[in-house]
Design a protein around this ligand. Structure first.
Ligand code: 2P0
Length: 309
C-alpha cells in the first residue's frame, strides 16, 4: 500500500505543556496531561511516491510555511523518502488555539508510516509525532494521555467528563506557541517556578483521575493554566492571547461555581475557553457560556489516532 488515510483528534491539556528542554529534539521542559476531543478531527491522506511534494489543506494548495513543515516531518520519518502527496482536512478552525497542530501531526505520522509500508508501535508513533509538534504526541494515544519526555502514553481511565469549548475568536493567533514558549522561557521571572511545580501538578492530576475527583482535577487544571499564563504575561514583550470576552467567560465560570455547579476553565495559546465539567452539568454550563461565545461545543473524550484506509 503506498497510500493511507489516518484520523486523529485534537487534545486539550488539563496540565499544560509550555517550554522545551531540547529545542532540536522537541523534548518538553514540563510534563503534561490531556484529554482528547471526540467531536473534532483531522483526516490526512498520504501518497508515498508522487511526481512532486504537494500538500493540500482543505482541498487547496497549502500555504508555503505549512507545506514546508509537512515536508520536513516526512523527511524525519524517512530521510530517503520519495516525493509525497499529502491531503489534510480539519473539521474545526486551524491555528486559533484549538490544537490543530496536535491532531494534524498525529494523523500525518500515522498516515505516512502506513503509506510507506512500515510498522511502528504506538509509542514510536507518539515519539515521531512529537518531533512535528509537541502536543501531537498526546493525540496518538488519545483519551487521557500523559506526556513526560519522548512520547505520551494513555491512562486507562474510563470517565465520561465533558469539556465545554467556547470559541470566541477564530482568527489565527498573533504569536505561535513555539515562539511564545521560547519567549516565556527566556524572559519570564516566573519561569523557574513554572518548571519546579509542573511534575507535582501532573502527579496530583493523575491521583484525582484515579479517584474520579472532578473538583480536585478541576482545581489543578485551573492552577496549571494560570501559572502558564503568568509566564506569558510576565514575558518581555508580554504575550497577551486573551480577548475581553475571555475574561468575561472566566468570571462566568467562577459564577457557575458560586452557584454550586462544578466547572473549571482552561485555555491554550489563544482566547478560546475550555471548561471541564461533569456530563450531567454540561447543558447548564454551555447555556451559561453560550451568550458570551461565538460558538460552544460540548466535547466528550476522544479515542486514539487510527489508520482508516
Ligand atoms: C498544551 N500548548 O499543553 C500547550 C498549552 C499551548 C498551550 O502544546 O512547539 O503546537 O509544536 O511543540 O504543541 C501548543 O504547542 O508546540 C501547546 P510545539 P505545540 O497543549
Amino acid at each position: 500500500m503506498n497510500r493511507a488515510t489516518a484520523i486523529a483528534h485534537p487534545n486539550i491539556a488539563l496540565v499544560k505543556y509550555w517550554g522545551k528542554r531540547d529545542v532540536e529534539a522537541n523534548l518538553p521542559a514540563v510534563p503534561s496531561l490531556s484529554l482528547g476531543i471526540a467531536e473534532w478531527r483531522t483526516e490526512t491522506t498520504v501518497t508515498w511516491g508522487a511526481a512532486f511534494d504537494r500538500v493540500f489543506l482543505a482541498g487547496e494548495p497549502a500555504p508555503a510555511a505549512f507545506a514546508l513543515r509537512v515536508s520536513r516531518h516526512l523527511d524525519r520519518i524517512d530521510p530517503h523518502r520519495p516525493r509525497c502527496e499529502v491531503e489534510t482536512h480539519n473539521d474545526f478552525p486551524t491555528g486559533a488555539g484549538l490544537a490543530s497542530s496536535a491532531s494534524g501531526f498525529a494523523a500525518l505520522t500515522l498516515a505516512a508510516i502506513a503509506a510507506s509500508g512500515r510498522q511502528a508501535t504506538r509509542w514510536e508513533l507518539s515519539a515521531l509525532a512529537r518531533q512535528g509538534s509537541g502536543s501531537a504526541c498526546r493525540s496518538v494515544p488519545g483519551g487521557w494521555a500523559v506526556w513526560r519526555d519522548e512520547a505520551a502514553v494513555a491512562l486507562e481511565v474510563d470517565w465520561p467528563v465533558r469539556l465545554v469549548v467556547c470559541v470566541v475568536d477564530e482568527r489565527p493567533k498573533p504569536v505561535g506557541s513555539t515562539e511564545g514558549m521560547a519567549r516565556s522561557a527566556a524572559t519570564s521571572p516566573l519561569w523557574s517556578t513554572w518548571l519546579a511545580t509542573a511534575e507535582g501538578d501532573v502527579e496530583a492530576a493523575i491521583a484525582a483521575l484515579e479517584r474520579r475527583d472532578l473538583e480536585a482535577l478541576g482545581a489543578i487544571c485551573e492552577r496549571s493554566t494560570h501559572k502558564m499564563f503568568a509566564t506569558m504575561f510576565t514575558a518581555t514583550p508580554p504575550l497577551i492571547y486573551w480577548q475581553p470576552v475571555t475574561v468575561a467567560l472566566l468570571h462566568e465560570v467562577q459564577g457557575l461555581r458560586a452557584r454550586g455547579i462544578g466547572a473549571w476553565a482552561t485555555l491554550d495559546a489563544g482566547p478560546q475557553v475550555k471548561v471541564l465539567c461533569a456530563a450531567a452539568d454540561a447543558p447548564t454550563v454551555a447555556a451559561a457560556l453560550a451568550p458570551l461565545s461565538l460558538r460552544t461545543l460540548v466535547a466528550s473524550p476522544g479515542g486514539p489516532a487510527r489508520v482508516v484506509e
